[in-house]
Design a protein around this ligand. Sequence first.
Ligand SMILES: Nc1ncnc2c1ncn2[C@@H]1O[C@H](COP(=O)(O)OP(=O)(O)OP(=O)(O)O)[C@@H](O)[C@H]1O
Ligand SMILES: [Zn+2]
Length: 848
Amino acid sequence: MLPDSEPTPAAADRVTLFADVVLPLPLPKLYTYRVPYELNDQVVVGGRVLVQFGAKKTLSCIVAAVHETAPKDYQAKYILEFIDDAPVVTQPQLKLFRWIAEYYLCTLGEVINAALPSALKLSSESRVQLHPAYKRDEHPYPLSEQEEKIVDALSTEEGKALTFSEVGEVLGISSFHKVIKSLMQKDVIFLFEHIADKFTPKVVKKVRLAHHFVSEAALESLFEQLAAKAKQLDVLMRYIQRVPVYQNEHLNHRGLEKAALTSSPHLSPSAVNTLIKNGVLEQFDQIVSRFPMDDDPKQQMPFALSEGQLTARNEVLDHFQQKDIVLLHGVTGSGKTEIYIDLIKNALEGGGQVLYLLPEIALTAQIVTRLMRVFGTRLGVYHSKFSDNERVEVWNGVLSGRFQVVVGVRSAVFLPFDNLSLIVVDEEHESSYKQYDPAPRYNAREVALMMGTFQGAKILLGSATPSVETYYQCRAGRWGLVTLTKRFGEAGLPDIELIDTRRNQSPGANGQPKRPTHNFTPELTAAIEGRLEQKEQVILFQNRRGYSPFITCLDCGWIPKCKSCAVSLSYHKHAHELRCHYCGHHDQMPRECPACGSMALRMMGFGTERIEDDLKIMLPQAMVQRMDLDTTRAKNAYQQIISDFEQQRTNVLVGTQMVTKGLDFGNVSLVGIINADSIIHYPDFRAHERAYQMFVQVSGRAGRKGKKGKVIIQTGDPQQPIFDKVMRNDYVQFYEYELEQRREHLYPPFARVIKITVKHVEERGAQETAISLVQELVERLGREAVLGPEAPYIFRIRNFYLQEITIKLSREHTVLKHAKAQILESINLIKAAKDFKGARIAVDVDPM
Ligand SMILES: Nc1ncnc2c1ncn2[C@@H]1O[C@H](COP(=O)(O)OP(=O)(O)OP(=O)(O)O)[C@@H](O)[C@H]1O
Ligand SMILES: [Zn+2]
């Protein structure tokens, strides 16, 4: 072809491209921007672009589609800058996000906002900082002139940060986002959104051999010199044992954690320091990533599966031949995790990606270590306690193929997988898979099912107490069911004993109240004492935190309430104050009743703090630790409590539902449920299911290895039918009973429920809005489908009065889709009406 035959595009042939973008905002539709002609070949669907929104704001957003149709109702603005040459959001993700928005009745912007770690959502508020590991002289990648300028500006002082607009000023240009992105990719800088997210690297002290000792000859003469210094020689020997530098000199560069030498019981820490002082060892700091890149932990073979586990594994694989979804119903401690690991290995060998979902609280160091050993650096971990930068690292690691298996909490369903072959949803019944607030109010289990359908992945749900909906699908033959009825190893399921607390309310001698035995029956106290004598451990479960749920004046009956919520304030002894568990408001504990002046203020009921306190008085020799929201706020507090208990530095663990989930301690032989009644009596159609799950799960923490465990349940109503099912560990009986209830009252799985909550600062505002909304809904859906409005049990939270509307719909897909459109239409009508301006309306599809 002749070079001059290449046609130059005539102005008339120019294609004008438009991009529909998703802004990270709750906007009902996508906005269309115009692509500057000379950048036509740079648009990437799924890539980020920068646009102006409103008068002043610049926002980064995702391109969802590219086309040639100009918007009808407005003049499209130009896209300001292209940030990515490759998608950060993949096509399968966009498809899934659209499904989430449609199914859960929210906007695509809300989904994207929840999905993307904020460092991927560049905004004018973002800031940059030099990466603490960055060393100018040792950096492997060359920097451009512009990049050098930024590094100069960030190097003027330690920890200096620049906002995006300051970066623009330094460079004197407005399209600087590519420079930022490039610096990020080279690990020179990183981004943060809030001051609190500023990166504080984790540093470990390491040691290595000074470089002039690293040859064989030098080492030999060093050994001769130290011949008389036995302790230093020991240290050196250990170092060489761990880091075989004589085999490979390069290994020395990486060194060894200093603690590996100083904390060894066989070595002398002062000998280590002498070697450093004399220049034999050199000490240096290293920043550790949460995801070890090169220090691949020793890959280990997983446990060999027992015969029962093998059978179950094979049954799962058999079902997968015909069915996409299988439930593994295995009793607590049956070794489901090992079966997952085996199946994950299998899926990875086939070349696909794997997602392993766990509820927030079950994603502990325990499980991560176990998985790291088997999957090494292929494993990514996605946790909500991670910093944003760490989350971006996982996101990019999935995109690049570095992480083939990810273990994560519910938001891990948003990661950019495109080739999933297996999704494991452990503890599939857990309500923490559901996001309550804000939108998208999604259930990660349901999203995972859809994701599996889109990508052709198999789904394994696991639980000792499956949700009624899931079990129903299995019974109907749509999903496969595999059952494990025995625990792994020798341990059988624990014995369960019910203790009637009404027998324990008699006063002590001389009419004096007894010591605090009202929350500990004599049976429970004796059992705890017995176990501690045997050097075994105990878990106590109480569903309330704080010291006492409320206080009251014995003379006038006054009870302190929250100013902003319709709840009584709980007394917290440690802080000596009254707190609202809904809005966090706190008040001083009054010395006398503010209503009548009486001094007779009395604590009512008991929370975990009080259980802990009373226990310390009753059994002063016991080492008691409490695990609830109040003791686990600090970043590593939760891990610390678990490891103290694991190492048996503590022997009684008192806690809220945090202690009921997924924990695996070998030495726990007794579990006590302090007050079962408050869990059963709860105004919700799932109350029984939840109570059953909670009792079985917490009981399941007892006697997991070796000795038989025991569970004591304290209740004022031992006749409750639920106890019988828990004690006989009869899930199927529980399920059948519960299913009948659901059928009779038309609840899931026989209907779909959608809950609408109307909030207003005025009670009348909430009522009037809700009534009008109900009218609209009834008109469209019929009277039978719409229940309410009704004030919920806690009718005011954070100054907003609440009204709830419940909609029950047929499960049929087309009916459901149509009904959802009608619901949205009704809500939009109300939202647009002037009279209801002050109201907020939240929709929750499949509430839990
Ligand atoms: N094949 C095996 N070899 C050795 N140990 C095993 C094996 N399978 C399971 N275990 C051990 O048995 C214990 C219980 O297993 P696991 O935690 O997987 O149970 P689970 O079914 O997930 O229980 P839960 O539902 O209560 O969480 C663990 O300590 C685990 O390490
Ligand atoms: Zn409050």
